[in-house]
Write a protein that binds this ligand. Structure first.
Ligand code: SF4
Length: 481
């Protein structure tokens, strides 16, 4: 074991990228590598990149500079770059950062050990290490031996790519058109996770509601997949992200039924102006979105969202429409971003990025302040309720645990670290913009909503950043943005 090679993976972007990193780790472990606790102790460093925003691209180059310094001490160190940036920029990456040794595409993860050996072989021959394995966007999802980061929460990709082509979004250009996995494969994977004792599964897709549309079988829909998964004895099923254009009545109904599907929906609205929504090619109106929110609220589903401010055609009146929508929708949390033009997209070619940076910032801050106030008020309403919490780990505050309700609100409370990975009952004693505070509630078995009042069901779900109000770039990006 003394000579075992070690790897370190940086991950940018959404949960799908995090899950891809679990696949990269699994492939390397299968090839005999071990994870390193620090890039300075690694033989191979991988960047799993994201290109949805501009900043993460710059981050790739600045982190490559850090690895270049490590290479001065350890010339055998190998740096590989995969993910959206690799898929889009290919050999340009070598030109901009000579510290990068190889670039790999979305369908080359299982080839990682071979690519690494290729770099080594070239070096041994005194040739530049550059190796590239990105030809085109794959037409099928790679099956990988995932090394899951958690023993109780698992991510399961149900589809990759997106065929919607929203005018601001680069995803269809970097990850390709929608490709759904077969329902039988997904059901088998979730069943296996249930057998292994996992408590929660998060289904991932750029737009989960479009699941199955490429499989040409009207029986295969996201609702039919969810319905099948309710039969599996796993306590919690989550999914992200939902699209207001594609979500169906059946999915909304499933969220309202007594089953293992958590009552949280991350559904990006992007704007409250019908004109801007049309220019963004989103395929729905503000009125339709608010109807969906109403239907979800009736089922005590906590809705969180993404918003873009400063889209090129967004006037002050349009922005005020978004402010109005946020006031009416009362999101449990929101990720708010300033528009940044992405090459290849329709908006990049059609519009100039005319909203000044300081105006984008002003709009961002107005929405952040408003959303913080709403999150604070909504969390305070939960005081007194007893909720089911999946204990995820230690809280930042010493001696406290942190977990998520079924509707994806963060709760901190006192308890033994042995509870990590368990479902417990917690009585909420305080709520604020930061989340909920509670105390362990005695009782033999966890509850799953319904008491002491109907708000309790909306106190149950987890996922991404719920209960938080995020500004641009602080948490990476949500799926589908
Ligand atoms: S924003 Fe979402 S739905 Fe629109 S193109 Fe991007 S990934 Fe697809």
């Amino acid at each position: 074991m003394m000579n075992t090679r070690r790897f370190y993976i940086y991950t940018w972007g959404c949960q799908m990228n995090e899950h891809k990193s679990e696949g990269m780790a699994g492939v390397l472990v299968r090839a005999g590598y071990l994870p390193a606790d620090d890039p300075a102790h690694a033989d191979v460093v991988l960047f799993n990149t994201c290109m949805v925003r501009e900043k993460p691209v710059e981050k790739v180059y600045s982190e490559a500079g850090v690895i270049a310094l490590l290479k001065e001490k350890n010339p055998d160190l190998i740096l590989g770059v995969g993910g959206c940036v690799a898929q889009a920029l290919k050999e340009k990456l070598f030109q901009r950062s000579p510290a990068i040794d190889f670039v790999f595409g979305s369908s080359n993860i299982s080839e990682l050990p071979r690519l690494i050996e290729q770099v080594r072989a070239r070096r041994a021959l005194g040739k530049p290490g550059w190796v590239m394995a990105v030809d085109k966007i794959p037409d099928k999802i790679e099956e990988l031996p995932f090394l899951r980061a958690s023993r109780f929460q698992a991510k399961v990709t149900i589809a990759e790519g997106c065929s919607n082509f929203c005018s601001f979004c680069i995803v269809p250009y970097t990850t390709g058109l929608l490709r759904s996995r077969l329902p039988g494969d997904i059901i088998a994977e979730v069943r296996q996770l249930a057998d292994q004792g996992y408590k929660e599964v998060q289904l991932l897709g750029q737009n989960v509601d479009a699941y199955g549309k490429d499989l040409n079988d009207p029986q295969i829909t996201f609702a039919s997949l969810l319905r099948a998964l309710t039969e599996i004895p796993i306590p919690r099923i989550r999914f992200t992200s939902s699209h207001p254009q594609d979500i169906t009545k059946e999915v909304i109904e499933l969220l309202g039924e007594e089953n293992n599907i958590c009552e949280h929906l991350h559904m990006a609205v992007q704007s409250g102006s019908n004109k801007v929504l049309s220019d963004m090619r989103r395929g729905y109106t503000k009125e339709h979105f608010l109807e969906l929110v109403e239907a979800l609220r009736e089922r005590n589903v906590n809705v969180t969202t993404d918003i873009i401010v400063g889209f090129p055609t967004e006037t002050e009146e349009d922005f005020q429409e978004t402010v109005d929508l946020v006031k009416r929708a009362r999101f449990g949390g929101a990720f708010i971003f300033k528009y940044s033009p992405r090459p290849k997209t329709v908006a990049f070619y059609k519009y100039r990025d005319v909203v000044p940076e300081e105006e984008k910032q002003r709009r961002l801050e107005i929405l952040l302040t408003l959303q913080k106030q709403i999150t604070d008020e909504e969390n305070r309403k939960r005081v007194g309720a007893t909720v089911e919490v999946l204990v995820e780990g230690l809280a930042r505050q010493k001696g406290l645990l942190m977990g998520k309700t079924r509707d994806n609100r963060t709760v901190v409370f006192e308890g033994s670290p042995e509870l990590i990975g368990e479902l417990v009952k917690v009585r909420i004693t305080d709520g604020s913009v930061a989340g909920l505070v509670g105390e362990l509630s005695p009782g033999p078995s966890p509850i799953r909503g319904g008491e002491p009042h109907d708000l309790t069901r909306s106190l149950s779900a987890s996922g991404e950043g719920q209960g938080e109000v995020e500004g641009q770039g602080e948490v990476g990006v949500r799926l589908g943005l």
